[in-house]
Design a protein around this ligand. Sequence first.
Ligand code: 5RP
Length: 264
Amino acid sequence: MTWGLQNRLSRIIRPTDHRTVMLAVDHGYFLGPTHKLEVPRKTIEPLLPYADGLMITRGVVRTSIDPTFPTPIVLRVSGGASVLKEDLSHEEVTTSMDEAVRLNASAVALSIFVGAPHEHESLVNLGGLVDIGEEIGMPVLAVTAVGKELEKRDARYLSLACRIAAEFGAHFVKTYYCEDFEKVVESCPVPLVVAGGPKLETELDALELAQRSIEAGAAGVDMGRNIWQAPNAVGMIRAVRAVVHEHASAKEALEFVKAPKAKR
Ligand code: 5RP
């Protein structure tokens, strides 16, 4: 890993504890104005001080994030299918590495669709992006996307997808939590961050997902809806931070959600 690449990655995965709380707000690239992310700036701004990284598209960076804000950007650079299509796997690289550099991104993110109709293209895209990333010192986050097939999220499938991502050279991988998640972690030689997925019934459920992910060896979370669709979104991201960075249990961290102004 070159110095620049390592330096960028360490802005996201903190070298002090090798953990990260990334905030995912890139959903609009295929979902349009997702519930509670209709006006991106309004949702994102209060959460920014608590995020170690912000997963986002270039359009929302430009329009909705103050360039003086120091939170590192993980730029979503793949896309090409909307939720209106049955097959979400038909993606290309839609944002160049030059643009990522201009936006001072700390990493770029691309989805791979293992087992889906456009598996081949998505993996070749990953390989190409890693080649350019290595050349200029930009880490690549591979997202093991499942499209609409959420039932694919088991240890066998996710181990396969994460391992393939790592073999193609991804510097870190975003995936889903599942039963026996330690098996997914064990067979993936690069750090894993866990997506929250669709909003769970309670905040405790989402915090438990974060806790179990960390206990199984994840480097952190890249969570979206379970943070910004929560009634107390700031309390929720602070609670997630407590679990990821401060060894709090999900139950202990729930305190932040209930008492948003409580000092810690
Ligand atoms: C879409 C993504 C999203 O960033 C991801 O789903 C994370 O957000 P959430 O926690 O809401 O699932 O990568 O492909």
